[in-house]
Design a protein around this ligand. Structure first.
Ligand SMILES: N[C@@H](CCC(=O)N[C@@H](CS)C(=O)NCC(=O)O)C(=O)O
Length: 239
């Protein structure tokens, strides 16, 4: 049985979890939060040091998009790709918008939602990129409730966590949420939240966010991050 190293609040993990749910793979892939995530030991095993990671009998595969494509090849039905090469290319383009153009900027923007340590230059740069790319997505997204191909695909799996992150990160960082002004994206966002697999990862993401906010409120998050950074700096110096 394969394992997916994942975390509730990780949007990249959520992308793969949504694919696993939609393909009915839960009895083939166990979901697990790695106990050593964030520690030097985790980075020793996984140099990129990030989740999700697919564990295939000890063979560790990082990167959500790579994992998602691998799962489509190993478990081709039901397919979350296109019915022909052009349709697949469109699905991958929208998924890439969700991952490279939205999620990556949002993920780096998220620490800026804490006002005490905010850097306005970073906020303007990354927030501006998200706003620009939502406008692009608005011209490319499906208008029938799905991101592409008129049915649930890998494009939806990448977009749902990205749109969740926009709502949870941008207002806190002092940037206007660009989705309400992008009519096609806004309509899609309303519609896709009714999909059972999207709804399920949204519950997990919200649960993860609540847990994170509680850690921040109690001061434990700051302490945890400091301890991880110190342990990593020590491990780097000894390497
Ligand atoms: N490009 C990677 C990004 C993964 C990523 O950034 N994961 C975050 C959680 S959502 C993480 O593990 N961060 C830990 C860190 O930055 O040290 C992917 O698509 O899997």
């Amino acid at each position: 049985m394969m394992k997916l190293y994942s975390g509730d609040l990780s949007p990249y993990s959520a992308r793969v979890r949504m694919q696993i749910y939609a393909k009915g793979l839960e009895d083939r892939i166990q979901l697990e939060r790695p106990a050593d995530f964030g520690t030097p030991a985790f980075r020793q095993r996984l140099p990129i040091g990030r989740i999700p990671v697919l564990d295939i009998d000890g063979d560790l595969m990082p990167e959500s998009e790579v994992i998602a494509e691998y799962l489509e090849e190993v478990f081709p039905t039901p397919s979350l790709l296109g019915a022909n090469p052009r349709e697949t290319a469109q699905i991958r383009t929208i998924a890439r918008l969700g991952d490279v153009y939205l999620l990556n900027n949002l993920f780096m923007l998220s620490p800026q939602s804490r006002a005490a340590t905010r850097n306005q230059g970073i906020v303007d740069l990354l927030g501006g990129q998200v706003t620009r790319n939502i406008k692009a997505l608005n011209k490319m997204i499906g208008t029938d409730g799905y991101a592409a191909a008129g049915r649930l695909t890998m494009a939806d799996c990448a977009l749902v966590p990205a749109l969740f992150l926009i709502e949870s990160v941008m207002p806190g960082a002092g940037v206007e949420n660009p989705v309400p002004a992008a009519a096609n994206v806004a309509a899609y966002w309303t519609a896709i939240q009714r999909n059972e697999h999207a709804a399920r990862v949204l519950v997990e993401l919200k649960r993860g966010l609540e847990e994170r906010l509680e850690l921040i409120r109690s001061g434990a998050f700051e302490k945890m991050m400091k301890a991880f950074q110190e342990a990593q700096a020590k491990a780097d110096a000894e390497a």
